[in-house]
Every structure is written in C-alpha cells, then in structure tokens.
Design a protein around this ligand. Structure first.
Ligand code: ADP
Ligand code: MG
Ligand code: ZN
Length: 631
C-alpha cells in the first residue's frame, strides 16, 4: 500500500497526543495498586481514629505512598468478625504511623510492585494502539476495497469503482427489443477490440456514448452487456455515488476514475444516472458553485483531457436528457447519443421471450398475444409482469403459468394490488355508476378507444376501474381523440351528478379531473388546438428541480395567460356538457348495466357492448388490448 505520508502524519498527531495523554494518566487517572487486599467497605479517617481508640484495629497495610490504608478491624459494630476496610489517610503519614505504633497495631507498607507497573504500562498502551489501528482500517476501507495494488491513501475513492471483468452472466442476447442501440454498442465493442480498423482510415474513435431513454428500458442492462461482450476492463459508477459521501469528494472521485481508466486502457467507463451530476449548471437553488457543479466541471475536464484514440470509451446513461448540461453534449464529449425507447409490440415480444426462457409457460400461452396487450410497458415492466405471474402460479400451486395468471399480473402491474370489494350499499352503487359513466361514453364515442372491461374490484388507490384497449402504440393523437378522452374522463363525475344530484358528487373524480385539466391545458398551450391559435406556449414542464424551465410560464403576456385559462375552461365545460348529455340520453341502459355490475363485479367488453347495442348501435369491438384510462 502506497501511503501519502502527509495525510498519515496529519492524522497520527492527534492520535499520538491522545495515546500519550492516556499513558500519562491525564485522561484516565492511574489506578492505585492495592494488591490482593481488595476492601469492599470504606470508612472516614475520623471513624478510623475512633476505632483505634477503641482498640478495634488489628492491622494496617499502607498503600499508595501512605495515602490509602486497608485496615483489618474487629468489633461488635462489625459483627465480631475481622473485616477489611479501606481508609483514605491525610497527608501526614508520619503522624499516622506514630499513632499506630502507640496503639501497637501491626503495620506494613507496600510499594507499587514492578510487575504491576509493567502491566499498567501495557494496559495504558493498548487504547492508543487500538485507535491507531482503527484509523488505519478506516483509511483502507475508504480506499479501494478491492485492495488493488496501487490504490493511493486518500478519501476520494469511490467505493464501487469496481473493475468488472467480462461477466459471463450478461451478453447482448439478454437484451432484446432495442436493436438500434444494440448495433451501436456492438460497434463500441469493435472500437475497443480492433481499433486499427478505424484508425487506419483516419477515423477518430468517439470518446463518449450517451445512452438515454425512459426508466426500465434496459440502459443499465445494455451497459452490462457491453462489459460482458467486450472482454476489457469495465469501470462502473453511478452518478449519485459521486455526490454521496463527503463534500468535496465528487471531483476527486472523477479524477481517480479516469486515472484508473487510463492505467487500464483499453477499457470502458460506465457512468449510470449521469443526470445526478450532469444537470444543467447554474440553475440550482443556492447559487451555482456547489458540490455537484465542481464534480461536473471535473468530468468535463477529464473528458477533454484524453485523446480519442487512447482506448477509453465513456458510456453514460440517463433518463433525464432534458436537464443535462449542454456542455456534456458537445461534440468531443458524449458525441454519440443512443436513444432507447419504450419497446413496440415486436420489441415487447422479444423481451418477453428473453424473460420467458427460465419460466414454465403453459403451452396455450402466446407470447405475441401478451406483447399485443401490453402497450406502454417497458422492459422492466415486462420482466416484472412475468415474475408476478410466476409467483401467482406458485401461490396457486399450478405447474405452469397460464393465461389467467398473466391476466391478473397485467392488471396488477398497471393498476396496483387487488383490494377487497366494497360491501353493497350506496357507495358501491355510486362507484358503479361512476365507472359505467366512463365506459358508456367510451363505447358510444366513435373516436374513443374500445372499452375492455369494467370492474368494481378495487386496485391500488382506485375503488373501481374502467379498462380501455388503446390502438396499437399510437404515436399521433387527433384533436377529436383528445376531446373524446376528456369527455369519457368526465363521464364518471357526470353520472354521479345526474343520478345522485349535485350535492352528492364525490371526491372519486379527483384523479379524472386532474387528467382532464392536463389534457385541456396541453390542447391549448402545446398543440395549438384552441382559439388561442397554433402556438406553443409551454414546454414540457417536467422539471422537478426548478431547473431550466423555471419561469417558462412568463414567456407570454398577461393577456395571453387569461386567454389560455378561458380557453381551457371552454374546452372542459363543453366536454362536460357533452358527457352530461350522453349520460342523460342513455339513462335506461346505464341503470341496467349498473345492476349487472353490482351483482357480478366485473363486466367484460363483449357483454358490455351487447347490452349497449340493445339500446343503441355502438362501434364494433376491435382488438383486445388494455390500458388504464379511468378510475
Ligand atoms: P434502466 O437502466 O434503463 O432504468 P435496467 O437496465 O435497469 O433499466 O432494466 C431493469 C430490468 O428490466 C433489467 O434488469 C431487465 O431484467 C429488464 N429489462 C429492461 N429492458 C430490457 C430489455 N430491453 N431486454 C431484456 N430485459 C430488459
Ligand atoms: Mg438504470
Ligand atoms: Zn373515474
């Protein structure tokens, strides 16, 4: 271990001082050596003199240069048994000795013994030694715990700066549904394995690859797969670890990370969750010169500091590319950017196949069908889905996962755990009307997604649920579709109001109203779907850190703000009127479906549409896929 002597000396000084003090008895007073004469009781000097006068004292042993005496006394007060009593004597030992001699008491004096002095010395030495040992241990711990041979003796060591050797575990085969990203990383592996192919034609190998995409889409997994495939050293650290331990350590961690990487080139440096350090500078609360900013500056410096062809490739992952500092994205740093999207139907099928490999699926199950029914699921959701299904299967003591477990697991992943049903009563009726309100509007509006099922079985926070089957991975949504969604989302409240009256409406619509407001606001401020005109007035206000978008709402004038508000109100009010109209017009069928729903708890799409079509003519059922819209 190579020590930095400056730090060692700096740290040993206080320790030596403590050790020396202990030794000298400054902190812990030296103990009186009383030999074997351990006396349990004590008495005062005055009482001792009284005992002496009475002739009860038989023997006195002096210790501690005559300051302490162990007295053997016998008398009626002591139960006529010889007892050993400890007495603290005044300073004038000579006087005591004279007294004792006059009284003809046995007298002996005991100097401190050499052997006990030795043990005292040793026992005084132990605590400082222990302390020094503990501190050395602390230093080693805070250093690289893997005990790499050239770890320097300093605090700035990321504890998880571990070198991951090509793991046999994860390869590109374990990552599915993100083919473009995979291709990109296969190339990165080639850069590291055969750089000549590129350098011989004058190509500069990129320094950094930024991997971005929503959570759970397999970014970390991809990076691990690169490590598995590349067969080069792989240094992995998570952005949050840079800022985790001590203030002022982040920057030195970055320095160490790159120092280590340079020593081990060719290699890969993987920085997970880079947004934790790489956030836009100068936007935080409390000034710009904070810990994180220094860490980021160091990172930028290090990335500029090595040449493109030294064989180090930095891979960073984030799901918040919008808040990253633009300096990170400049060419010469993370000049390659790879996006991983939430997988489409084909991608989901591939991911499901990967995760189904080690699970026992019933033969009747079609992976393709599951993939079709799970739009919007990320890779992590799908892995979770299959795992939940497997757990459920085990709980039901079945030998293979069947479609029914898959079904419940999909519902569970989307909407949370199943709760126990409400007891029959007014609230249950109200929830039933609320849900049927959503469902009937969803069914009758031409542009709305098909109803999948209506249920009164609670899940997560929701007391009842209406499931809709959206169009396959729809990218573009029309104005009519958004309006239809708003009307259907208001259907629950509309039904409550019509059936139970204005004063009986409940808080159950809170979630719906939130969605409605969001959709209406976006129609006005982002999609140009109102009389305000085709203007984009607000960015995605998704920054929880008061970051860049702070103050974006002042991009328009007061007048426009008022106009926006009135347009939102106009949209929501006209949609609500439409919802009320549809509920009113279909009151008869709604009553009937509610009765059935209360009895059966769940009404599936076919039955629902059949019932509705006995009174009107709703659109035909399309494909069966589920996603939750309303609660
Ligand atoms: P991210 O880092 O993007 O948030 P992870 O890589 O940590 O997501 O993914 C979490 C888990 O989800 C993985 O361990 C894996 O089991 C599963 N997963 C996610 N994406 C995929 C994918 N494309 N292929 C296979 N499994 C995936
Ligand atoms: Mg991750
Ligand atoms: Zn609702």
């Amino acid at each position: 271990m190579k020590l930095s002597w400056k730090t060692l000396i700096l740290w040993s000084l206080p320790i030596l001082f403590i050790g020396f003090s202990l030794w000298q008895g400054i902190i812990v007073p030296e103990q009186v050596d009383l030999g074997q004469n351990v006396a349990s009781s004590r008495m005062t000097y005055g009482r001792f003199l009284e005992y002496l006068d009475m002739g009860w004292i038989k023997r006195v042993d002096l210790y501690d240069n005559g300051h302490t005496a162990i007295v053997e006394a016998v008398g009626p007060e002591l139960g006529n048994r010889i007892q050993k009593i400890r007495v603290e004597l005044p300073n004038s030992t000579q006087e005591v000795i004279t007294l004792l001699r006059n009284a003809h008491v046995d007298l002996d004096a005991h100097p401190a013994q050499n052997s006990s002095a030795f043990w005292g010395f040793v026992s005084n030495l132990v605590p400082p030694l222990l302390l020094i040992g503990a501190v050395i241990l602390l230093f080693r711990r805070s250093g690289n715990s893997s005990g790499a041979n050239n770890s320097s003796f300093s605090f700035g060591k990321p504890k998880s700066l571990t070198q991951v050797k090509a793991k046999p575990g994860i390869t590109f085969n374990d990552v599915a549904g993100v083919d473009e990203a995979k291709e990109e990383f296969k190339e990165v592996v080639t850069f590291l394995k055969k750089p000549e192919t590129f350098t011989s034609v004058g190509a500069r190998i990129p320094k950094g690859v930024l991997l971005m995409g929503p959570p759970g889409t397999g970014k970390t997994l991809l990076a691990k797969a690169v490590a598995g495939e590349a067969g080069v050293p792989f240094f992995s650290i998570s952005g949050s670890e840079f800022v985790e331990m001590f203030v002022g350590v982040g920057a030195s961690r970055v320095r160490d990370l790159f120092k280590k990487a340079k020593e081990n080139a060719p290699c890969i440096v993987f920085i997970d969750e880079i947004d934790a350090v790489g956030r836009q500078r100068g936007t935080g609360i409390g000034g710009g010169n904070d810990e994180r900013e220094q860490t980021l500056n160091q990172l930028l410096t290090e990335m500029d500091g090595f040449e493109g062809n030294t064989g180090i490739i930095v891979i960073a992952a984030t799901n918040r590319v919008d808040i990253l500092d633009s300096a990170l994205l400049r060419p010469g740093r993370f000049d390659r950017q790879v996006t991983v999207e939430t997988p489409n139907s084909k991608g989901r099928e591939a991911i499901l196949s990967v995760h189904a490999k080690n699970k026992k699926l019933d033969e009747s199950i079609s992976i393709e069908a599951i993939a079709r029914r799970t739009p919007g699921f990320s890779g992590a959701d799908l892995a979770n889905l299959l795992n939940e299904a497997a757990i459920l299967t085990a709980r039901r003591k079945k030998s293979a996962i069947s479609i029914s477990e898959i079904d419940s697991s999909i519902d569970r992943v989307i909407a949370g755990m199943e709760g126990s049903t409400l007891i029959d009563g007014k609230s249950k009726r109200l929830v039933a009307y609320h849900e049927v309100g959503h469902a009937i509007i969803g069914t009758l509006l031409q542009c709305h997604d098909q109803v999948q099922k209506v249920t009164l079985i609670p899940r997560g926070q929701a007391k009842g649920l209406t499931w809709f089957a959206p169009n396959e991975d729809q990218m573009l949504v029309s104005r009519a579709q958004i309006s239809a969604r708003i009307i259907a989302a208001l259907g629950g409240r509309a039904a409550e109001e019509i059936i139970f009256g204005n004063s009986e409406v409940t808080t159950g619509a809170g979630n719906d109203l939130q969605q409605v407001s969001n959709m209406a606001r976006q129609m006005v401020t982002r999609f140009g779907m109102s009389d305000v005109g085709p203007l984009s007035l607000e960015g995605q206000s998704s920054d929880p850190f008061l970051g860049r978008s702070m103050g974006s709402r002042t991009e328009y004038s007061e007048g426009v703000a008022t106009n926006i508000d009135s347009q939102i109100q106009l949209i929501v009010q006209s949609c609500y009127n439409e919802a009320l109209r549809i509920i009113q017009k279909n009151r008869v069928v709604i009553d009937r479906i509610v009765d059935i729903l209360i009895e059966k708890e769940t009404v599936e799409a076919e039955e629902f549409v059949k019932l509705v079509s006995e009174y009107t003519c709703p659109p035909k059922i399309k494909r069966r896929r589920r996603v939750l819209l309303s609660v």
